[in-house]
Design a protein around this ligand. Structure first.
Ligand code: AP5
Ligand code: MG
Ligand code: ZN
Length: 207
């Protein structure tokens, strides 16, 4: 059975960046509600479209994301879970559907998060993350991996970033405290270089 890794962290903490590498190293699935929702932004649900929540930086209703995660975990032999659970009710649901081998929290200060998010650029073809200062592509606006066009995410404007960070404080910080209280949370210094963060994670998860 592949490793089952939960990666927690604020918007911009580096969950996506690290998950991509972890999925390769351990040959497991990268399960991310954010990417799944972005791929289905205009899907009609009884609550409205994902877009209507995401553009404001609000959480998409639990019923929608729980369904996505359940289906993805059923299909996976090992996974790194990124962007879920984001509130205590999602955390309870996750406990019902799976066990976890590692629970990691990427800790990054708020000022740094804002700078990372407003400067992030994402490949429109393969989803690889770049940053205008911290992680520049070889050629401006072009993906190193696949040559695709780099774009800014709709929710990476300063105003929406602030809202996402306040939604995180209110809803997701209690999830982190929940895993801390259970004694399973391992905190990782997310302000190091991406390679150093990755090394720290692998030290915890093991080979
Ligand atoms: P989601 O896509 O999950 O966004 P997020 O949690 O806000 O996190 P990000 O993807 O913005 O950041 P990240 O931690 O992946 O950082 P990254 O590696 O890109 O969710 C989006 C929306 O979907 C939500 O707002 C909500 O509406 C909805 N949603 C999703 N899941 C949901 C759920 N469970 N329930 C309800 N709604 C849900 O890095 C950021 C930048 O920093 C990049 O430019 C990167 O190059 C750079 N960087 C990374 N690491 C470093 C480093 N070590 N040093 C310097 N720069 C770095
Ligand atoms: Mg992400
Ligand atoms: Zn690409």
């Amino acid at each position: 059975m592949g490793k089952r890794i939960l990666l927690l962290g604020a918007p911009g903490a580096g969950k996506g960046t690290q998950s991509k590498q972890l999925a390769e190293k351990y040959d497991i699935d990268h399960v991310t509600t954010g990417d799944a929702l972005r791929a289905n932004k205009d899907m009609e649900t009884e609550y409205g479209t994902p877009r209507s929540f995401m553009e404001k930086g609000e959480l998409v209703p639990d019923a929608v994301v729980n369904e996505i995660v359940k289906a993805a975990l059923e299909d996976a032999d090992g996974y790194v879970l990124d962007g879920y659970p984001r509130n205590l009710s999602q955390a309870e649901y996750l406990t019902e559907i799976t066990d976890l081998d590692a629970v990691l929290y990427l800790k990054v200060a708020e000022d740094e998060l804002v700078e990372r998010l407003t400067g992030r650029r994402v490949c429109s073809e393969c989803g690889t993350n770049f940053h205008v200062k911290f992680n520049q592509p070889e050629e401006e606006g072009v993906c190193d991996e696949c040559g695709g066009e780099l774009v800014q995410r709709d929710d990476d404007t300063e105003e929406t970033v602030r809202e996402r960070l306040s939604v995180f404080e209110e809803n997701t910080q209690p999830v982190i405290e929940h895993y801390r209280d259970e004694g399973v949370l391992v905190e990782i210094d997310g302000e190091q270089t991406p390679d150093d963060v990755f090394e720290d994670i692998v030290d915890v998860v093991g080979e």
